[in-house]
Design a protein. Structure first.
Length: 264
């Protein structure tokens, strides 16, 4: 069974080597000691959310402070082929649920999208608070999944903003019930079109590649949005024979894409 994971700030683990001591403080330490009830002698992982993971043994546990002796430090490289969930804002916290589950399944970044048919609106006065809540949800899901990387919740976009993101992506897929080609076919065709047909995700210049998985709100993506996004370079894809909820489509696509692209 893998060890429980707690997060510290990026950069704080860089000096750690086997035999050194690391002190985790603040909310994460309080959670480890008072909620998880970690005790001296137990093994724990401390991750910085940017790929570095310390595995160590608890040597002291006090409220608000957990002392760990480092046994090993590993750096997990960020995937060269990254999956980004573009999640339309939806009611009933279904958008947050999508981001949460997709994080557990391995998504690398999330983009909140103010779609034409989104009932929920991130107005200026609540945008920052809503964005912070999404990041908190994603961080908690990364901890649950015991990931070393915390997905980034990027700035929310509207229609033109998403069109720009689509134009910059290596592949942008709109999950749409009226699409003709299944998602598997779209992804496999993209892999085959690349030099050598390999699936390591690296570009000729060594830059990471990104695939956007675009999910609409409860009312679906409007025909006008589909036309504009396809004009920016997106393609449509069918995700199974059933219509999935906004909270389900993104995680389902993340799982399928991870398998097809060799990430799992």
């Amino acid at each position: 069974m893998s060890n429980p994971v707690f997060f510290t700030a990026p950069g704080t683990l860089e000096a750690q080597v086997p035999g050194s001591t690391f002190v985790l403080e603040g909310a994460e330490a309080r959670h480890a000691v008072t909620v998880k009830r970690l005790a001296v002698g137990e093994t724990v992982d401390i991750a910085d959310g940017a790929g570095r993971r310390l595995t160590g043994t608890v040597t002291a546990a006090a409220p608000g402070e957990l002392t760990v002796e480092c046994l090993d430090v590993a750096v997990e490289p960020r995937p060269a082929l990254r999956l980004v969930l573009v999640q339309a804002l939806a009611k009933g916290d279904r958008d947050e649920l999508a981001a949460e589950t997709a994080t557990e399944l391995g998504i690398d970044a999330v983009i909140p999208w103010q779609a034409e048919r989104s009932i929920v609106r991130w107005k200026a006065e609540r945008a920052a608070k809503a964005h912070a809540k999404w990041q908190s949800v994603v961080t908690a899901a990364a901890k649950q999944a015991r990931r070393a990387w915390i997905p980034e919740v990027r700035a929310a976009v509207d229609g033109p903003g998403l069109q720009a993101a689509v134009a910059a992506a290596d592949l942008a897929v709109i999950l749409h019930e009226d699409a003709v080609r299944p998602l598997r076919q779209v992804l496999e065709a993209w892999l085959d079109s690349r030099p050598g047909g390999d699936n390591d995700g690296g570009s000729p210049a060594g830059q990471p590649r990104e695939i956007l998985l675009i999910v609409g709100p409860e009312g679906g993506i409007s025909p006008r949005e589909v036309t504009r996004l396809c004009g920016a370079g997106a393609v449509t894809a069918l995700l199974g024979h059933h219509v999935l909820r906004s909270s389900t489509a993104g995680p389902a696509a993340t799982a399928l894409a991870s398998d097809i692209l060799g990430r799992w």
